[in-house]
Design a binder for this molecule. Structure first.
Ligand code: HEM
Ligand code: HEM
Length: 199
């Protein structure tokens, strides 16, 4: 367990929080879409929601056009140290030491960005009309379904590894609403500028 309480930059918490929230809503509504119109790989007795495809498409579009680009830019530039590093795969052999687990976490953080991107791009190719018309065999629909399995598996790994590394305090620190006086939203612009200058 970590000795001191972890603290996450408020800009990271904001971008990660809104992305995680809308991504989880897209994942849940997408399951309802599958359950209502498909169900070939298993079905649950859940209620039908009117226009669930429209609701799912709206969450997807918000992620695709606004939230993910901002979070990806943040992660590539300001938060790049938490993404895969040149020596991450080599350090994976040292899972008996903390660095091995940190390397795995960075690889999985990066996989999260890739998995969301795959779901968003394949979703853009799926037509609203296909499932209500019973057209379940389009290649883009299969790719989009595969994206769901990949994303949910990566998300489970992402949460499990975070729990393994920092326990509940790390997870709580990622969603906490408190911030230090030198890390207010007013300082976000300056934080981005100085991190770009340091690179
Ligand atoms: C069981 C899994 C899934 C099913 C059955 C499903 C189904 C659909 C359908 C039918 C559409 C067409 C609706 C439209 O164009 O408005 C769509 C679009 C979309 N989906 Fe999914 N989806 C799944 C998973 C996901 C996931 C996990 C994400 C993202 C995290 C996602 C993001 C999108 C996006 C961005 C669009 C395009 C929206 C648009 O351009 O209007 N989907 N999906
Ligand atoms: C689908 C939604 C999610 C995506 C796309 C995502 C993606 C990411 C990415 C890219 C990072 C690294 C950020 C950086 O570069 O600075 C990160 C960090 C983190 N995420 Fe997520 N995440 C998601 C959901 C979650 C959830 C639901 C939890 C916990 C319940 C969580 C816990 C964490 C933690 C604790 C960290 C910090 C790890 C560290 O210290 O390096 N994430 N996430």
């Amino acid at each position: 367990m970590p000795q001191s309480k972890p603290y996450q930059p408020s800009l990271l918490r904001f971008l990660h929080g809104v992305n995680a929230l809308i991504a989880v809503l897209a994942i849940l509504t997408s399951f309802l879409v599958y359950n209502t119109y498909d169900g070939r790989f298993g079905q649950l007795p859940l209620p039908r929601i009117h226009d669930i495809i429209g609701i799912h498409g709206t969450f997807g579009k918000i992620l695709l056009l606004a939230l993910m680009p901002a979070f990806a830019l943040y992660s590539f530039h300001v938060g790049y140290q938490r993404l895969v590093q040149p020596d991450s795969f080599q350090k994976l052999t040292q899972l008996n030491k903390p660095i091995g687990w940190y390397s795995l976490q960075r690889i999985v953080n990066t996989l999260m960005l890739l998995a969301v991107t795959f779901s968003l791009t394949s979703g853009s190719m799926v037509k609203e009309e296909w499932l209500p018309a019973g057209e379940l065999n389009h290649i883009w629909y299969y790719l989009h379904l595969t994206g769901w399995v990949v994303l949910v598996s990566c998300l489970a790994l992402h949460v499990l590894i975070s729990a393994k590394i920092g326990g509940l305090p790390l997870i709580v620190s990622m969603f906490s609403l408190k911030y230090h006086s030198n890390d207010t939203p007013r300082t976000w612009f300056e934080q981005i500028r100085s991190s770009l200058r340091r690179k």
